[in-house]
Design a protein around this ligand. Structure first.
Ligand SMILES: Cc1cc2nc3c(=O)[nH]c(=O)nc-3n(C[C@H](O)[C@H](O)[C@H](O)COP(=O)(O)OP(=O)(O)OC[C@H]3O[C@@H](n4cnc5c(N)ncnc54)[C@H](O)[C@@H]3O)c2cc1C
Ligand SMILES: *[C@@H]1O[C@H](CO)[C@@H](O)[C@H](O)[C@H]1NC(C)=O
Ligand SMILES: *[C@@H]1O[C@H](CO)[C@@H](O)[C@H](O)[C@H]1NC(C)=O
Ligand SMILES: *[C@@H]1O[C@H](CO)[C@@H](O)[C@H](O)[C@H]1NC(C)=O
Ligand SMILES: *[C@@H]1O[C@H](CO)[C@@H](O)[C@H](O)[C@H]1NC(C)=O
Ligand SMILES: *[C@@H]1O[C@H](CO)[C@@H](O)[C@H](O)[C@H]1NC(C)=O
Ligand SMILES: *[C@@H]1O[C@H](CO)[C@@H](O)[C@H](O)[C@H]1NC(C)=O
Ligand SMILES: *[C@@H]1O[C@H](CO)[C@@H](O)[C@H](O)[C@H]1NC(C)=O
Ligand SMILES: *[C@@H]1O[C@H](CO)[C@@H](O)[C@H](O)[C@H]1NC(C)=O
Length: 533
C-alpha cells in the first residue's frame, strides 16, 4: 500500500517535472506574460525591477537571501519560475492576480525560517513572493500598540519598542531574525509565554490581501478570517501585510540565569522536579531546559535558562520556594533591562542592542519536530531516554514550560489549541554541517527514531504538534488539490478541533484553493450527492 502510494507520488513528481521543463524552463514567455500583467496593472511603477527570472544576475542572491535552512539551498532544490520583491501592497495585489491568472502556485516568504522550506520551495511551477522589503514598524507608546509589517524581524520589533520605552515589550520568539509574517500567523512564543500567552494572544488588527487582490482589515475581513490568521498559518488564506500588536508591560529590571548540569549531578532528580513545577511556578518565571547528549562522556548536558519579571533577589526567593532542587543562588542570577535579556537569550548580553537589527544568519542543515506533554514522564523513563539520546548522539531536546496565562485561554479562542493541560512542549532539534543526501538521511532519521521512542510519554489522539515547528513527517496533502482527508491528518495535530473551523474559513475565503502548499488547510469536500445528479 505505502510503496504503491510512494511510487505513484514519484511518478506524479516526475510528470510534473517534465511538464514544468517543457512549458517553462525553456520558454521565457512566461516571464514576459507575467511582467506584462504586472505592468498593465501598475503602469506608472517600474515593476520590472522587482520581478526576477532565473536569467537575472541577482535571481540567486535574492532567492538565497532568506533561506534559513541549508537543506533547501541545493542545486536540486526546486526553484521559483519568478521572484517578486514588492515594495508596496499594490504590488502584492497585482502578484496575486497575475499568478492566479497564469495558473501558477504562489509561495509567500517573510523571514524564511519555515523548517521545511514551504515558504520558498514548491514542486509545481511557482512564483515566490518575497515580502522582505515590506517591513515598516510603528510603535505608539501612548496607546501601547505597534503596527508591524510582515517583512520586519522580531529583533527589529524588539529594538523599536526599546527605542521608545524601557517598560514595554512584546511576547514573541527568542531568535531575532525570525520574520513577523510566518511567526505571528503560526502562533509565536517566547520567554513571556507564561505571563502574557502567545504572540497571537496579543494581536488587535491585521491587513491582508485576499485571493481577489482586495486589501482587507479586521473590520472588512470579518472575525472568522481574523481568527484564522492568528495561529492557523497565513499561507492558506491570503498574503498578510501587517499586524497591529498590543504591547505588554515589563518592569525596568528583569533577571536571568543559565546553569548547566550533567547526569553525575543528580540530573534526573532535578529534571523530575522541573517537570512537576515548571508549569505551576510563579508566572513571572519561565525556565527552558535544553538537553544535549554527549556520547564521549556518556552523559547528558542539561542547561536551565531562566527569564524572570523581577530582580535577582525575588528570583532566588521564588526558586527556593518552588524549585529548590536546582540550588539557584543570587550569584547565579543577573539583573538587567528587558532588552538586555533579549540579547542574553539570543546571543550575548554584552552585544550592542543594534545587533538585533542584523539580518545576517549562517544557516545549518536542520530538522525539527515537536511534541506536547500532558502527563509526567515516569522517573525511570528518563533514564531510558538519556540512554537513547546518547546512543543516537545527535538529537537535542528542548523543553518549554506552559501553564500560567496559557491555561487561562480557551482552546478555541485562537487556532492554536495547546492550552490548559499541557505541562510542556518538546522540540526535537538536529543540526548538521555535512552536505549531501546521505548525511541528511542519517540526521533526519535520528530525529525520527527519538520521536518514535518518545511515543509512550507524549500526547495522543492526536499526537499534537506546533505549526511553527513545521514538520512534514506528520502528514502532507497534494499541492493544488489538498484533500480534506489528508489535511485532517496534520490539521488535527496542529489544530485539534479548530481544524474544522479553519476549513470553513478557508472554504469561505479561497474556495478555489489558490493559496496551497503541502500542509495548507483544505476546502470542505464537495458533497458528491449534490454534484448535478
Ligand atoms: C532559528 C529559529 C528560531 C526560532 N525560534 C522560535 C521561537 O523562539 N518561537 C517560536 O514560536 N518559533 C520560533 N521559530 C519558528 C518560527 O516561528 C517559524 O519558523 C515562523 O513561521 C517563521 O516565520 P518567517 O516569516 O521567518 O518564516 P517564512 O518561512 O517566511 O514563513 C513561514 C510560513 O508562513 C507563511 N507566511 C510567511 N509570511 C506570510 C505572509 N505575509 N502572509 C501569509 N503567509 C505567510 C509562509 O508561506 C510559510 O508557510 C524559530 C525558527 C528558527 C529557524
Ligand atoms: C533565459 O535566457 C535564455 C538564453 O538566452 C533564453 O533562451 C530563455 O528564454 C531565458 N529565460 C527567461 C525566463 O527569460
Ligand atoms: C497598482 O495596481 C492596483 C490594481 O490595479 C491599483 O489599485 C494601485 O493603485 C496601483 N498602484 C500604483 C502605485 O500604481
Ligand atoms: C530581469 O531581466 C529582465 C529581462 O529579461 C528585465 O526586464 C528585468 O528588469 C530584470 N529584473 C531585475 C530585477 O533585474
Ligand atoms: C547557498 O548556496 C550558495 C552556493 O550555491 C552559497 O553561496 C550561499 O551562501 C548559500 N546560502 C545559504 C543561505 O546557505
Ligand atoms: C531611535 O530613536 C531615535 C529618536 O528617539 C531616533 O533618532 C533613532 O533613529 C532611532 N533608531 C532607530 C534605529 O530607529
Ligand atoms: C541527589 O538527590 C537525592 C534525592 O533523590 C539526594 O538524597 C542526594 O543527596 C542528592 N545528591 C546530590 C549529590 O545532590
Ligand atoms: C535509522 O536509525 C536507526 C538507529 O540509529 C537504525 O536502526 C535504522 O536502520 C535507521 N533507518 C534508516 C531508514 O536509516
Ligand atoms: C484531487 O483529489 C481528489 C480526491 O483525492 C481526486 O479524486 C481527484 O482526481 C484529484 N484531482 C486532481 C486534478 O488531481
Amino acid at each position: 500500500m505505502n510503496i504503491f502510494k510512494c511510487f505513484s507520488r514519484l511518478l506524479l513528481l516526475l510528470l510534473l517535472f517534465v511538464f514544468q521543463y517543457v512549458t517553462f524552463a525553456i520558454d521565457g514567455s512566461v516571464y514576459k506574460t507575467f511582467l506584462e500583467c504586472m505592468s498593465n496593472r501598475n503602469s506608472s511603477d517600474h515593476v520590472s525591477s522587482l520581478i526576477y527570472n532565473p536569467n537575472n544576475s541577482s535571481y540567486a542572491s535574492t532567492l538565497q537571501a532568506y533561506i534559513r535552512n541549508k537543506r533547501f539551498n541545493t542545486s536540486s532544490t526546486l526553484k521559483p519560475v519568478i521572484i517578486v520583491t514588492p515594495l508596496h501592497e499594490t504590488h502584492v495585489q497585482s502578484t496575486i492576480v497575475c499568478t492566479k491568472t497564469m495558473g501558477m502556485n504562489l509561495r509567500i516568504r517573510s523571514g524564511g525560517h519555515d523548517f521545511e522550506g514551504l515558504s520558498y520551495v514548491s514542486d509545481i511551477n511557482f512564483v515566490l513572493l518575497d515580502m522582505s522589503n515590506i517591513r515598516s514598524i510603528n510603535v505608539n507608546i501612548e496607546d501601547e500598540t505597534a503596527t508591524v509589517q510582515v517583512g520586519a524581524t522580531i529583533g527589529e520589533l524588539y529594538y523599536n519598542i526599546w527605542n521608545k520605552s524601557k517598560v514595554h515589550a512584546f511576547p514573541a520568539g527568542v531568535c531575532p531574525t525570525v520574520g513577523i509574517g510566518g511567526h505571528i500567523s503560526g502562533g509565536g512564543y517566547g520567554v513571556l509565554i507564561r505571563k502574557y500567552g502567545l504572540t497571537v494572544d496579543n494581536i488587535i488588527d491585521a491587513t491582508i490581501v485576499d485571493v481577489n487582490g482586495r486589501v482587507l482589515t479586521r473590520k472588512s475581513m470579518g472575525e472568522d478570517l481574523f481568527w484564522a490568521i492568528r495561529g492557523g498559518g497565513g499561507a492558506s488564506f491570503g498574503v498578510i501585510i501587517s499586524y497591529k500588536l498590543h504591547l505588554v508591560r515589563v518592569p525596568e529590571s528583569v533577571a536571568v540565569f543559565r546553569v548547566t548540569k550533567t547526569l553525575e549531578q543528580n540530573l534526573t532528580y532535578i529534571i523530575d522536579s522541573w517537570q512537576r513545577v515548571a508549569d505551576k511556578i510563579d508566572k513571572d518565571l519561565f525556565i527552558r531546559l535544553n538537553l544535549k547528549p554527549d556520547h564521549t562522556k556518556n552523559t547528558i548536558h542539561a542547561t536551565f535558562t531562566a527569564f524572570f519579571l523581577g530582580n535577582s533577589e525575588r528570583l532566588v526567593n521564588v526558586m527556593q520556594l518552588g524549585f529548590p532542587e536546582l540550588g539557584i543562588q543570587t550569584s547565579d542570577c543577573k539583573t538587567m533591562s528587558w532588552i538586555e535579556s533579549v540579547l542574553f537569550w539570543s546571543s550575548n548580553v554584552n552585544d550592542p542592542v543594534e545587533i538585533l537589527l542584523q539580518r545576517r544568519f549562517s544557516p545549518k542543515f536542520s530538522k525539527r519536530k515537536s511534541d506536547y506533554m500532558q502527563t509526567l514522564i515516569p522517573k525511570q523513563a528518563f533514564e531510558s531516554i538519556w540512554k537513547k539520546m546518547v546512543e543516537l548522539r545527535v538529537v537535542e531536546l528542548v523543553f518549554n514550560p506552559y501553564g500560567g496565562r496559557m491555561s487561562e485561554i480557551g482552546e478555541s479562542e485562537t487556532p492554536f489549541p495547546h492550552r490548559a493541560g499541557n505541562i510542556f512542549k518538546i522540540q526535537y532539534s538536529v543540526n548538521w554541517d555535512e552536505d549531501g543526501q546521505e548525511a541528511e538521511s542519517y540526521y533526519v532519521n535520528q530525529s525520527r527514531v527519538l520521536y518514535e521512542f518518545m511515543t509512550p510519554y507524549v500526547s495522543k489522539n492526536p499526537r499534537e504538534a506546533y505549526l511553527n515547528y513545521r514538520d512534514i513527517d506528520i502528514g502532507t496533502s497534494v499541492v493544488g488539490n489538498n484533500s480534506y482527508e489528508d489535511g485532517k491528518v496534520y490539521g488535527e495535530k496542529y489544530f485539534k478541533g479548530n481544524f474544522v473551523r479553519l476549513v470553513k474559513v478557508k472554504t469561505m475565503v479561497d474556495n478555489d484553493n489558490f493559496f496551497t502548499n503541502e500542509q495548507s488547510i483544505p476546502i470542505l469536500p464537495m458533497r458528491k450527492n449534490n454534484m448535478g445528479k
